[in-house]
Design a protein around this ligand. Structure first.
Ligand SMILES: Cc1cc2nc3c(=O)[nH]c(=O)nc-3n(C[C@H](O)[C@H](O)[C@H](O)COP(=O)(O)OP(=O)(O)OC[C@H]3O[C@@H](n4cnc5c(N)ncnc54)[C@H](O)[C@@H]3O)c2cc1C
Length: 381
């Protein structure tokens, strides 16, 4: 999707005219709970628009799910229905914009995905056909191993003729992005407090919410909860599935081996511009095993997938816990009253930039974005 289409779609869907409140002159404020990629992006966009933001985290920013993510930015076929897929496509475009603003480390070399069994390959092709039936979709084609080899010469595609090439995909360094967003928030006059834990809501109505934190009481006309897997605990609700863990290995910087995001039969990998290789696995982390077991297992798969690779030299072996909404769709919007807002989702890396953009628009302009209408928390109560 080009920039003109992106802006046209944002314009088309941006405003629900029923809900425009005239309050433009009052300077706004917001407390954002959780400095992962979602909270940081929302706080960054709000601070850009002159909102006085306070971003808090009970830990170091980026140290939870976002810091242990595979960090592939995509709008591929598992993103359905169409409203979710379109939202993800806009997510890619929104990242191009903030990449320029913040000099983010994102490699836009596309992704290559393949499977071994004929049955799985047929399923992949079916999914691509489904994706291509949408009114708009990211460029996706089926290519053979010879073409794929030109894109990623070290990867062993094992003669596969059904490789899905999604040209628009990228991969980001999320910790670097969060740190750049936080610097910009501070530059724009915002505060970032950690360790500062949200404990409970003391009082909440349409005009303001007062919350108790480990650093004292904070009162704001907007309190935005972006605290990932802890969201259910904060409100005593049942928005999320049981979080699913995944192992991520981040290697020390090394010679260039991987160009695109490569999603093979057992593992997936990409290489950042600083030379670090990031590797994840398709399986849920066997959490009974330790880091050494994870390394041994993933090392074996990696050497099988990348020709000439030596043993992995890990900088970090992480287990990340995914916040997965009950119906797999993002949860974004006001919760119970006007001063409380929630934003929690899986694929939060892919969506962070567009979520920051649209949530800040909803808060500052006091409108309802039609692009978010399928993702409201109200569907759960
Ligand atoms: C292994 C793995 C691979 C993944 N791969 C991808 C991928 O390739 N592409 C993609 O788009 N997504 C991927 N995801 C999902 C994605 O990483 C998450 O959706 C995203 O990071 C969620 O970001 P977040 O900011 O909502 O949550 P988090 O990063 O978890 O941030 C929440 C923050 O809230 C803070 N917090 C919690 N409770 C409190 C409290 N009471 N007070 C104050 N602070 C609090 C936490 O300390 C944390 O910093 C992956 C996830 C995993 C685990």
């Amino acid at each position: 999707m080009n920039r003109r289409d992106f802006l046209k779609i944002l314009g088309l869907f941006a405003l629900s005219p029923k809900k425009i409140y005239a309050q433009k002159n009052k300077s706004k404020e917001a407390v954002i709970v959780g400095a992962g990629i979602i909270g940081s992006s929302i706080a960054y966009e709000l601070s850009k628009r002159g909102v006085k933001v306070t971003l808090i985290d009970k830990n170091v920013p980026g140290s939870a799910c976002s810091g242990s993510s595979f960090s592939w930015i995509n709008a591929t076929y598992p993103k359905k229905p169409y409203s979710y897929n379109l939202f993800s496509q806009l997510g890619i475009n929104a990242f191009h914009i903030i990449q320029r603003e913040l000099s983010l480390d994102i490699k836009w070399n596309g992704s290559l995905e393949w499977s071994l069994s004929i049955e799985d390959q047929e399923k992949l092709i079916e999914s691509v056909n489904e994706l291509q039936s949408y009114p708009k979709y990211t460029p996706t084609s089926v290519i053979g191993y010879k073409k794929a080899k030109k894109l990623d010469p070290y990867v062993d595609f094992k003669g596969n003729e059904n490789i899905i090439f999604s040209k628009a995909d990228g991969a980001i360094d999320p910790k670097d992005a969060i740190s750049k967003m936080i610097n910009a928030i501070k530059k724009n006059g915002g505060s970032v407090l950690y360790p500062c834990e949200f404990e409970k809501i003391i009082e909440s109505n349409d005009s303001f919410s007062k919350i108790k934190t480990s650093m004292g009481i904070l009162k704001s006309e907007n309190v935005i909860f972006c605290n990932g897997i802890d969201i259910d605990k904060s409100f005593n609700v049942n928005f999320l599935k049981k979080p699913r863990p995944g192992v991520i290995i981040k290697t020390k910087p090394q010679k260039s081996l991987i160009n695109s995001v490569v999603y093979g039969p057992k593992i997936h990998a990409h290489q950042q511009t600083n030379g670090q290789i990031i590797i994840g696995e398709q399986i849920t982390a066997p959490i009974k095993e330790n880091s050494r077991d994870h390394l041994k297992r993933i090392n074996r798969h990696f050497k099988n997938m990348v020709k000439g690779a030596s043993d992995l030299n890990p900088l970090e072996i992480l287990v990340g816990w995914r916040p997965i909404p009950k119906d797999n769709l993002p949860i974004i919007g006001r919760f119970k009253n006007k001063s409380v807002y929630v934003a929690v989702m899986h694929s939060g890396i892919s969506l962070a930039a567009i979520v920051g953009n649209l949530v800040s628009q909803e808060i500052v302009d006091e409108v309802d974005s039609l692009l978010l209408k399928d993702f409201r928390p109200s569907r759960f109560f």
